[in-house]
Design a binder for this molecule. Structure first.
Ligand code: PNS
Length: 170
């Protein structure tokens, strides 16, 4: 039986911290499915399709890494994909409360599914998609925090947004 794990998240956008967790995760499982959450209530910078496309390009040619999206309950998605493990990254103690609550709630909904936490590697332990977006939006450098492709997409997206704003007032 193939050991499949699901690595869910918003990935808005994917950071080098996420990439590190994915690379370490595929060493443990036969297959890792990176599952991009579609949440219309959340104001994401990148659309679901853009987030999926970026991750697909980053892991292009990697046979044991699949990139997918889901819009239902995570436990239902995991069951549909016939996986048994949800893999999550943990950074600081501050992540723990939220992650612990989600892991226990997910277990209550489906006790067949385990949540496995992997500690972030030290250089990425402070990284978050939110901070990356804030730095990029204030024209700071996010080099080394995100893959090169994401850096490029962030610049393009923020330029487009800035242009939209200027067009609206002119
Ligand atoms: O990267 P994020 O934003 O921390 O990821 C959170 C995510 C997508 C894993 C979480 O919001 C989720 O599982 N959403 C799917 C809907 C769901 O199952 N909600 C109940 C969780 S207990």
């Amino acid at each position: 039986m193939k050991k499949v794990a699901i690595y869910p998240g918003s990935f808005d956008p994917i950071t080098n911290g996420h990439v590190d967790i994915i690379e370490r995760g595929v060493e443990i499982f036969d297959e890792l499915i990176v599952a991009v959450a579609h949440n219309p209530q959340k104001a994401n910078l990148f659309s679901e399709k853009e987030r999926v496309d970026m991750i697909r390009q980053i892991f292009k040619g990697r046979k044991n890494i699949e990139v997918d999206s889901f819009s239902c309950l995570l436990v239902d998605y995991v069951a549909r994909r016939q996986a048994k493990v949800i893999m999550k990254g943990l950074r600081f103690v501050s992540d723990f409360e939220y992650e612990f609550q989600m892991a226990l709630t997910n277990r209550r909904m489906n006790s067949q599914i385990e949540t496995l936490f992997m500690m972030a590697s030290e250089p990425y332990s402070y990284l978050s998609s939110g901070l990356v977006k804030e730095i990029a939006s204030l024209e700071g450098s996010v080099s080394g925090m995100v893959p090169k492709l994401v850096e490029k997409r962030l610049r393009e997206k923020l330029q487009k947004k800035g242009k939209g704003k200027k067009d609206a007032v002119s």
